[in-house]
Design a protein around this ligand. Sequence first.
Ligand code: SME
Length: 156
Amino acid sequence: MKNETTEKEPVMIRQAEEILEEEPWYVSAMSSLSALLMASMADLNWAGFYLVREGRLVVGPFQGKPACIHIPAGKGVCGTAAAQDRIQVVPDVHAFPGHIACDSASASEIVIPIHRGGRVAAVLDMDSPVRARFSEEDAAVLAEIVRRMEQKILWD
Ligand code: SME
């Protein structure tokens, strides 16, 4: 099931909410959310989470090929999003300085910081083999899912 039309994306928000309601513990919630995102959005080759741990990012629950396990602070798209605490929408990853190519199929990427107690605790990372895959509308929907995660997720 691939929801390609934007009017179906609010369904994805509701489904994300249901996952968080049923099990807010971060391992279960992030695993189920990565599966939901991968199944719901067209043209993805990776969807998942990196967690801030001991000053760097460590891979968390995801769907896709095995990826980089550690990302140094400030490096790549994920490290930049975490360090700057800013959503990154990258239409062409090959033009992004310091992009970390975990999967050579990736052409575009979106990364959204996730906060715990006002600090970046994790990021949502999604990759696509299609250039400029992620629209501003996608970013808004994904940011809303992240906002709900921030409200509900249990980190311990
Ligand atoms: N490309 C990312 C690394 C993570 S993988 O895409 C899953 C980056 O530059 O941060």
